[in-house]
Design a protein around this ligand. Structure first.
Ligand code: NAD
Ligand code: IPM
Ligand code: MN
Length: 357
């Protein structure tokens, strides 16, 4: 079966982890008889912006819309392009225009990686963050008035729609219902944010009537962050608004030792548009160019992409391969964020070799 994939490395370590993501994909594809047709694009990067004055070509939507999936590295280079310009000009456009309203972010303590939380071992941290990905706090509704004066005012509205909220809640409930623990946690802040958040809680309760087998609890976001650290074993599926989900999906992986391994799937569940797969992390300017970024976030995102495209076995093989390499714990192979002295390439090659059998 042929899969047409748009490959966009982006900026910084995005360009370093992408080759390893592709190496693992190619190894899995050849083992499981999948034909990958890769199309490489240099847009949606700050280098492209430097040359063209915009992050994307005018016809980007047409160019990308018929791919089976988009495989993205990371974007952002604040030294040359302000982050809100590079991100609103690329990734956030993809999420909105391709209606990728679910951002699915697994968070799992992997074998061989030490959690910064005392005495936590694999199995203790194993949950998903389901993040609303197209509306909420990430809105362009608002403005700036009386600029530069003492009376300057800035306003940015949170926009939540019933359609937009219910569909991501449905996804989260379905996911929880499919897991052994059948547990859903909702991130809220209905004590302080007294319009949108109590309404979010109502929608959670309403959707819950359709899923009587799923146990639901909710926490205000402040104590929820504390509980991620104190009791990560409490969580199974955590559903959150766009901003809360963003924060939780860096905190969760940090509790598993490094954000470098965390993957994400920006999903358009109806399949009207391509879904987009990328690591949770960014372009990491502080380590870019050193060849030491952990490629597992990119590789695991590739596994999520194969699973989304219906290649479950190949996806599982990729996960099994990086788990085996991590469990082996060869310091010369592993990247520094997980205690090694190796490189992006040494870890990527070890995983691809393991995959090839
Ligand atoms: P970041 O995720 O790039 O880096 C945060 C820290 O984690 C850094 O110390 C970095 O070295 C480390 N880190 C990240 N990925 C790693 C990996 N694979 N291996 C080892 N260490 C890793 O976050 P930031 O510094 O806030 O953002 C840098 C740029 O990336 C900004 O322009 C930001 O807007 C952008 N960004 C993009 C995305 C995305 O493309 N999805 C996500 C987050 C941030
Ligand atoms: C992420 C990132 C993006 C987000 C930024 C770079 C706009 O942090 O994918 O988690 O906030 O969604
Ligand atoms: Mn983030």
């Amino acid at each position: 079966m042929t899969q047409r994939i748009a490959v966009i490395p982006g900026d910084g370590i995005g360009k370093e982890v992408m080759p390893e993501g592709l190496r693992a994909l190619e190894a899995a594809a050849s083992r499981f008889g999948i034909v990958l047709e890769l199309a490489h694009f240099d847009f949606a990067s700050c280098d492209y912006y430097a040359e063209h004055g915009q992050m994307l070509p005018d016809d980007w939507f047409e160019t990308l819309k018929d791919f089976d999936a988009i495989f993205y590295g990371a974007v952002g280079w604040p030294a040359t392009v302000p982050d809100h310009i590079s991100l609103w000009g690329s990734l956030l456009q993809f999420r909105r225009r391709f209606d990728q309203y679910v951002n699915l972010r697994p968070c799992r303590l992997l074998p061989g990686i030490k959690s910064p939380l005392a005495d936590r071992k694999p199995g203790d941290i194993d949950f998903y963050v389901v993040r609303e990905n197209t509306e909420g706090e990430y809105s362009s509704v608002g403005g700036r008035m009386f600029e530069g004066t003492e009376r300057e005012v800035v306003i940015q509205e949170t926009v939540m729609t019933r359609h937009g909220t219910d569909r991501v809640l449905k996804f989260a409930y379905e996911l929880a219902a499919s897991r052994p623990r059948k547990k859903l946690t909702s991130a809220t802040k209905s004590n302080g944010i007294a319009i949108t958040m109590p309404w979010w809680d109502e929608r959670v309760a309403e959707m819950g009537r359709r899923y009587p087998d799923v146990a639901v609890d909710q926490f205000h976001i402040d104590i929820l962050t504390a509980n991620f650290v104190m009791h990560p074993d409490w969580f199974d599926v955590v559903v959150a608004s766009n901003l809360f989900g963003d924060i939780l999906s860096d905190l969760g992986p940090a509790c598993t030792g490094t954000i470098g391994v965390a993957p994400s799937a920006n999903i358009n569940p109806e399949g009207t548009f391509p879904s987009l797969f990328e690591p949770v992390h960014g372009s990491a300017p502080d380590i870019a160019g050193k060849g030491i970024a952990n490629p597992i976030g990119q590789i695991w995102s590739g596994a999520m992409m194969l699973e989304h495209l219906g290649h479950r076995e190949a996806a599982d093989a990729i996960v099994a391969a990086f788990e085996a390499v991590l469990a082996e714990g060869d310091r010369a192979v592993l990247t520094p964020d997980v205690g090694g002295s190796g490189t992006t390439e040494s870890l990527g090659r070890a995983i691809a070799t393991r995959l090839a059998g």
